[in-house]
Design a binder for this molecule. Structure first.
Ligand SMILES: [Zn+2]
Length: 109
């Protein structure tokens, strides 16, 4: 098991396809207790899915958070990451988005 450190290029070489029928991608690192994992890239420590969202799409728009449409917290697949507002993600958007949000993240982010 490598260390979640280095350049995006190095991390991308280690991507693994998760066999969950959704096409999720992860890296061979141990997630934290909340199911997310962090990477250190160019000296900056970030949640992996946020770091990869920024790598693929650019900066997360202000006021938005990155969440997983696939419900897999340690997934970094470009197609599964979506920037959304907190309000879309929880309260105002119940029942659908609220339900999805809480199932995905437990309300963490
Ligand atoms: Zn996924």
């Amino acid at each position: 098991m490598g260390r979640p450190t280095g350049s995006f290029r190095r991390l991308l070489e280690q991507i693994e396809l998760i066999d969950n029928g959704k096409g999720c991608w992860t890296l061979p690192f141990k997630p934290e207790r909340n199911g997310y994992f962090r990477v250190r890239i160019n000296g900056e420590r970030k949640l992996a899915h946020v770091a990869f969202y920024e790598y693929w799409r650019g900066p997360v728009p202000e006021g938005l958070i990155v969440h997983h449409e696939c419900r897999t917290r340690n997934c970094i697949n470009d197609n599964h990451l979506k920037a959304a507002t907190y309000s879309v993600n929880n309260k105002e958007s119940a029942p659908y988005w609220g339900k999805v949000y809480y199932e995905q993240t437990g309300g963490l982010e």
